[in-house]
Design a protein around this ligand. Structure first.
Ligand SMILES: C[S@@+](CC[C@H](N)C(=O)[O-])C[C@H]1O[C@@H](n2cnc3c(N)ncnc32)[C@H](O)[C@@H]1O
Length: 222
């Protein structure tokens, strides 16, 4: 029998976070109420990230389909990612709720396109007890270039904290199946949510464990 080249490893527990080094498609489903994720974007340059092989839609589709039992899915894409891609990448059984803009005080640009904000797309059901949900979240004031994280495309902790706050309640467990450097986990530590993160790349997984450990110990100090 052929052995699996990428078997899921034993999870690492850091505070409220369960961190799994493995392929999301092999590790899911897990017990979580909300999926908040920044997947491999359709316009990710080939070779920049694991999974940037032209089949990114299948990767996200597989992860969300496995998490059919979650109440809400929130998917982040770039301002220049074609939203029509979501038709192939998001199973159609959960209704679309709304978009949220994730703005920066210092705009970035790509070629002649000025902006750099990301967009969150929410599907499924609004968390119980939530009132009005805004169309834009807290503005990140730190320029992207100042974010010193060992990952090619880390998200803003300010934006991730807002998404965790709006789309989950304090009894929820949040899942990020494409955890990268662990920003969603950091947001969950700050927002007092349980978190499950999965990352396939060994270097990015180690970065996530390290960043989340520091966040947990900083919280204890304070
Ligand atoms: C856009 S990045 C996420 C960045 C993250 N939001 C952060 O703040 O660092 C997507 C991540 O998905 C990971 N990935 C790609 N394929 C995967 C798979 N099959 N299972 C788990 N992780 C995967 C990549 O290695 C990459 O780190």
């Amino acid at each position: 029998m052929l052995s699996d080249p990428n078997p899921p490893r034993r999870p690492v527990q850091v505070g409220p976070c369960t961190l799994i080094h493995g392929d999301a498609l092999q590790c899911l489903p897990v017990q979580a109420n909300v999926v908040i994720t920044d997947p491999v974007w359709p316009n990710c340059p080939p070779g920049l990230l694991a999974g940037a092989d032209g089949l990114q839609h299948g990767l996200l589709y597989g992860a969300l389909a496995a998490m059919d039992g979650a109440r809400t899915w929130v998917v982040i894409l770039g301002f220049d990612s074609d939203p029509r891609w979501l038709n192939r990448a998001v199973p159609s059984n959960k209704p679309f709720i709304r978009t949220q803009s994730l703005p920066y005080a210092v705009p970035g640009y790509r070629g002649r396109l000025l902006g750099g904000d990301e967009i969150a797309y929410a599907f499924g059901a609004i968390p119980p007890g939530r009132g009005l949900i805004p169309g834009r979240v807290t503005t990140e004031v730190q320029p992207k270039s100042k974010r010193k994280v060992n990952h090619p495309c880390p998200r803003s902790p300010v934006h991730m904290a807002a998404l965790v706050r709006w789309w989950s309640v304090d009894t929820d467990t949040v899942l990020d199946p494409f955890m990268g450097s662990g920003t969603t986990g950091i947001a969950c530590v700050r927002g007092a949510r349980r978190f499950i993160g999965i990352e396939r790349d060994a270097t990015h997984f180690a970065t996530a464990v390290d960043r989340i450990r520091r966040e947990v110990s900083q919280g204890r100090l304070l």
